[in-house]
Write a protein that binds this ligand. Sequence first.
Ligand SMILES: N[C@@H](CCC(=O)N[C@@H](CS)C(=O)NCC(=O)O)C(=O)O
Length: 211
Amino acid sequence: MPAKYRLTYFPAKGRGEMTRLIFHAARVPFVDRRLTSEEWKDFKPKTPMGMLPVLETPDGMFCESGAIARWAARKFGLYGKTDSDELMVEAIVTQGQELREKQIIPLMFEKDPETKEEKKKKALEEVEKVLNWWEKNVVQTPSTEKTYSYTVGHQLTAGDLALLDVSENLQRLIQLDMSRWPRLMAVINTVSALPGLKEYLAEREKMTFVV
Ligand SMILES: N[C@@H](CCC(=O)N[C@@H](CS)C(=O)NCC(=O)O)C(=O)O
C-alpha cells in the first residue's frame, strides 16, 4: 500500500528532522522526499508559502515545520498520557524549536568568523539554560531499571525526540559536550535504540547531510 504521507524537505536535518524522527519513532510509513536545489525550483511555486518543509496528507499539502511536527506527534500518540505530560512535552518541543530558530539556524548560516564566535557564546548561554532545566526538572522519572529513560512519563514522547534532534545539532555546531547532562544522555541513548529510530539513525549515517 502506498504511504499516506509525504514529507518534502532538503537533504538536511534543519526544520525537517523533527518530523522525520516522529514518523520513524511512531513507525508510520511516509515518503521522505529530499529535494535538490534544481528540483526545488520547480516545486517551490506548488507549495503553500514557497518554503519547505511541507507535509502532504490525504487532505492536502501543509506547511510550517512546528505545526507539522506537533500535529504528527499528537496524531501518533507522542504527547504522553496526562494533561501535565502534555504540557511538559509541549514545553520541551517549544524550547527545542526556539533553540533551533534563534540559535542553531542563525549560527549555521553565519559566515563572518568574529560574529560566528559571538553567536556561539550567546547560543551556549541559551542552550545551557534550557538543558539545565530539562536535566533537573523534566527528567525526574527513572524507569524500573533506575535509569532515566524518557523526559516525560515512562514512555516515548515528542519531548525525547526534540532533545535528540537539538542535541545532535548542538554537538556538531558548537561541539557541545552532552555528557554534562547525564540524565539527558541516558534519555538520548534509550531513544536512539528504539525500534524504528535505531534503523533510521543507522541508515542516516550513510546520507550526506548538513546540520
Ligand atoms: N517558518 C517556516 C520557515 C520555513 C523555511 O524558512 N524554510 C527554508 C528551509 S529551512 C526554505 O524553504 N528555504 C528555501 C526558500 O525560501 O526558497 C517553517 O518553520 O517551516
